[in-house]
Design a protein around this ligand. Structure first.
Ligand code: GLA
Length: 729
């Protein structure tokens, strides 16, 4: 673990186990970025920056006749808008006199033990044996505005984290229009970028393209990280593959609107900035106030995408997930949503619970429809009062009955929403985010509550906690089923309306923190119409997130493939549902639905009470198998073995235990052929000289990795297999 500062060269070198990051205090305190990549020791890489007079690249005034130093060409650590760097920037401030410029120069630094945390915001954590912090203090001499650049080192995880704090030490009120969490300049080079786009019921699709001249971005302006783009991107050498080549992974620890923007400048130099979306953002900062950005995290790998994924998985598991359920075995659940939708009563729920118990499932989750007037999605949100008529008694009694069967009980909430047809709306219409005089924009017939107002958060929290206090609820599914629009808060003055989006997130995070602190035993599962808020911010509170409302096993191959680039299997909520599937109408074998759902935090979401004896027997076996392989699946290394995007006949992945003694290979046939070609899957991560047994056959690790494993000829469409290999002693 090391943060080095060389007094003579004025170079900072940040080292993790395998990577290094370098910056330099250059002439007149301009902070230049020098390097990010494979680990190096203290040296001064500024010789790589070519000093020459370049046309239309201005120079800071202090340089006088020296035209070789330009902010528009030199790599910047945190580029400022308005002072001559025309590339995409990090910080844009409107000063009291109306000018729009800030010129942050280096002032001082301090090093702290342990990795910093961020008040009120999710962030990776690390104590002094795991992490270290560098704070660089910057200053704008003209206005007195200060800036702290925070760098966290998580050495073993090979992760560097970043955040920025803008401090108004001046005597006047200013407005922050843009405050990115990070900036990273690369020397002139070609880079590809990989990002994960999607829609409701098809999240995190893999896309790779060359960075081109100009700006290209992915973003969300929906108030959530969104189904449409995930706040995680990879930049890589165009030659980089799954296992080989240099690449960088970047994630934002934030669940609201965001921007990840890349620009290739006129000298072929790529820059990446990442942070909260500057759209809708305008933060008033009075003298003495400060503004803290969310955290961005970075890892470097020279082992291709697998290296990036393993580092992210390790860091998330060890430095982001918290609470009892981080390490405790998560229960296998049955959720009634796709079994009943809104149409259930007590008897139906008990029938499903009994059938679940019969196949050794461990928890029943009661989804939407148990409260207020909520027999459809047109009404009731906000009225968190149990509908005892529908449940044939109290929720407490229902939970007790389910507990008496030997099952845990879990419950769905959508705390951030309000239906127009609800008592809450009739009482507090101003609690909804709506612009006065405009009819607004409804989605799923609901409005979003104004969580930028503390009293709104407190009001919902009170209703929710009352239920959690009274009933033995051991799991909560926290849903969010629309995008935010029509920002207006009656709790904020005119000049602070641009703060709603960010204040909303602070309100949400406060609520979530209160929830997990008060009920540490509750397993919290995040959700937003499936995976519309699947991000590092939410994972700080909920160790698993419902991955997608698309439960079709074949579409899930792509969704879970894309998700796996950043997020570990343990975080992926994944259920076996009915066939034909409710979203696609596709028929798939029950075993295949099991194979796919087992690559996640496992459960079922179908009417078990209607299944045949034979199907129940298959499920009983799946449940047993998942329990047996839980450690391997949740804590083993995850390898993508073939891509569902390529025209190959099977999508395959594997889990390999840390000690490399166990391996579970999973493969799903996605295309049938007459007179079929052989499908050979090459395994990864095994010990080459070890011998691995599967039933009565034994293979060496090298045979399985370099030769591969031959899949049987499928008997039916979408057939799948789970091959379990164990090393011989
Ligand atoms: C969202 C969730 C589903 C279900 C419904 C209930 O769409 O993703 O799993 O909970 O809401 O309304």
């Amino acid at each position: 673990m090391a943060i080095l500062f060389n007094q003579e060269t004025q170079v900072f070198t940040l080292q993790t186990k395998n990577s290094a990051y370098q910056m330099k205090v250059a002439d007149y305190g301009v902070l230049l970025h020098l390097y990010y990549g494979k680990r190096i020791d203290d040296c001064d890489l500024s010789y790589l920056i070519q000093r020459t007079d370049r046309g239309f690249c201005g120079n800071p005034y202090e340089m006088q006749t020296d035209r070789t130093f330009s902010l528009d060409y030199f790599p910047q650590e945190y580029s400022c808008f308005g002072i001559g760097d025309y590339r995409t920037d990090c910080v844009k401030i409107i000063n009291a006199n109306g000018s729009c410029a800030v010129d942050y120069r280096y002032h001082s630094y301090r090093i702290e033990e342990g990795k910093y945390s961020l008040q009120g915001l999710p962030a990776f954590y690390g104590d002094k044996t795991q992490g270290e912090t560098l704070v660089i203090e910057m200053e704008d001499k003209n206005t007195g505005m200060k800036l702290e650049l925070l760098y966290g080192i998580l050495s073993e995880a090979d992760m560097i984290t970043r955040a920025a704090r803008i401090i108004n030490d001046s005597t006047e009120t200013i407005h922050v229009m843009r405050a990115m969490s990070m900036c990273l300049d690369f020397p002139n080079d070609q880079l590809d970028w990989v990002h994960f786009y999607g829609k409701h019921t098809m999240e995190r699709e893999f896309q790779r393209s060359r960075l081109i001249h100009g700006r290209q971005s992915i973003c969300s302006e929906r108030g959530t990280s969104s189904h449409q783009h995930n706040p995680f991107v990879i930049l890589c050498d165009p030659m980089t593959s799954e296992d080989w080549g240099e690449c960088y992974g970047f994630g934002l620890v934030y669940s609201g609107s965001f921007l990840a923007e890349a620009e290739v400048d006129q000298f072929h130099q790529p820059r990446l900035v990442m942070g909260i979306s500057p759209e809708e953002f305008n933060w008033q900062l009075k003298p003495g106030e400060d503004f803290l950005t969310p955290e961005a995290v970075m890892v470097y790998s020279e082992e291709g995408f697998t290296g990036i994924s393993h580092k992210f998985h390790y860091a998330i598991t060890n430095h982001l997930l918290r609470g009892e359920w981080k390490d405790k075995r998560r229960p296998i659940l049955i959720n009634n949503w796709e079994a009943t939708y809104f149409d259930f009563n007590r008897d139906k729920l008990l029938e499903i619970a009994r059938a679940a118990k019969n196949v050794n499932i461990e928890m029943l989750v009661l989804d939407d429809g148990w409260f207020g007037k909520r027999d459809s999605d047109f009404s009731g949100l906000g009225d968190w009062i149990v509908n005892e008529k529908k449940l044939g008694g109290t929720l407490k009694a229902l939970a007790e009955e389910i507990n008496a069967m030997g099952l845990k009980f879990g419950l769905w909430f959508e705390p951030e929403m309000i239906s127009e047809d609800s008592n809450l709306y009739r009482e507090h219409p101003d609690w909804a985010l709506r612009i006065p005089g405009r009819p607004g924009n409804v989605a799923r017939s609901q409005f979003v509550l104004d969580f930028s107002r503390p009293e709104v958060v407190d009001g919902i929290q009170e209703m929710m906690f009352k239920i959690l206090d009274e009933v033995n609820i051991e799991y909560v599914k926290w849903d969010f089923n629309r995008s935010i629009s029509n920002y207006f808060s009656s709790g904020l003055p005119v000049e602070r309306q641009g703060e709603i989006g960010y204040r909303y997130m602070l309100g949400l995070y406060r609520f979530l923190e209160n929830l997990i602190t008060r009920y540490p035993y509750i397993l919290l599962e995040g959700c937003s119409g499936g995976g519309g808020r699947f991000d590092l911010g939410m994972l700080y509170y909920s160790p698993q997130i419902w991955c997608s409302d698309d439960t079709d096993a074949i579409e899930r191959l792509k969704i879970q493939y894309g998700t796996s680039f950043a997020y570990p299997v343990s975080t992926v909520g994944s259920h076996v549902s009915a066939s034909p599937n409710h979203q696609t109408r596709r028929r798939t074998p029950l075993e295949t639905r099991g194979t796919v759902a087992m690559a996640g935090s496992f459960g079922y979401e179908l009417d078990l009470s209607r299944m045949t004896e034979e199907e129940q027997e298959i499920i009983r076996h799946q449940v047993e198998e998942y329990k047996q392989n839980y450690e391997l699946i949740h804590n083993g290394k995850y390898y993508r073995l073939s891509s569902p995007y390529e025209d190959c006949r099977a999508t395959a992945w594997a889990f390999v235990s840390e000690d490399k003694k166990e391996c579970l290979l999973c493969a799903v046939i996605t295309k049938l052929q007459a007179n079929p070609d052989a499908v050979i899957i090459k395994l990864k991560g095994l010990e080459p000289k070890r011998r691995y047994r599967i039933s009565d056959k034994v293979y060496t690790g090298e045979a399985l990795m370099y030769g591969g494993y031959l899949l049987p000829i499928p008997d039916e469409e979408y057939q799948s297999w789970r091959f379990y290999f164990r090393a011989e002693e």
